[in-house]
Design a protein around this ligand. Structure first.
Ligand code: IMP
Ligand code: MG
Length: 184
């Protein structure tokens, strides 16, 4: 793929192509349909903006169980600097989560601070259950232990874009996952 003439100049290679993504998302949807098939209340999918929006759209359209789509926005500090792992809720869900099974839908698990904050926060709202669906996982970067119920792919410690993920707002809507060439 390195000499793919259609690949942008700041991208090294395609890590996960469209067909592979579609197949995996269907498998995850099958698992989610099975896990919640006997629930009395609809499952609430909570997408973490912005990165999860494409994964959530694809996943939700493959769910056959009753479900509600909702979103939150967060800001996280300390990718650099000393305020590491600090997460702040900028926009909360519209739905009241109490009594519902909640599935947090995230683009990528990196240090784990975002998801650990969200699991704690939603767990304190009388939810029936809180689970997580994560499209990508970088195991080499974990700083906290997180239990992921539905995981798309594990990837190496490289910056990736596409399928909702960006670099400074670039490449977010590429239909595949590509590895960036780091800026120097
Ligand atoms: P965590 O809180 O450290 O797990 O950070 C997760 C967040 O970092 C994700 O939701 C992304 O917004 C961002 N992130 C981490 N790695 C990447 C990447 O390779 N590409 C794009 N965004 C990333
Ligand atoms: Mg994100």
């Amino acid at each position: 793929m390195a000499d793919n003439p259609h690949l942008a100049k700041d991208l090294r290679r395609i890590l996960i192509d469209e067909e592979t993504i579609a197949k995996r998302v269907q498998e995850l949807a099958d698992e989610i349909n099975e896990k919640y098939k006997d629930s009395e209340e609809p499952l609430i999918l909570v997408g973490v903006l912005k990165g999860s929006f494409i994964f959530l759209a694809d996943l939700s359209r493959r769910l056959t169980i009753p479900h509600i789509v909702d979103f939150i926005a967060i800001s996280s500090y300390g990718k650099k600097g000393d305020k590491r792992g600090e997460v702040r809720l900028l926009m909360d869900t519209r739905e009241n989560l109490a009594g519902h099974d909640v599935l947090i839908v995230e683009d990528i698990l990196d240090s784990g601070s975002t998801l650990s904050y969200l699991i704690r926060t939603f767990g304190a709202r009388s939810t029936k259950s809180v689970s997580t669906a994560v499209f990508l996982d970088k195991p080499a970067r974990h700083e906290v232990d997180i239990d992921i119920q539905f995981k798309g792919f594990e990837i190496p410690d490289v910056w990736v874009v596409g399928y909702g993920l960006d670099y400074k707002e670039r490449h977010r809507t590429l239909p595949y996952i590509a590895e960036m060439i780091p800026e120097n």
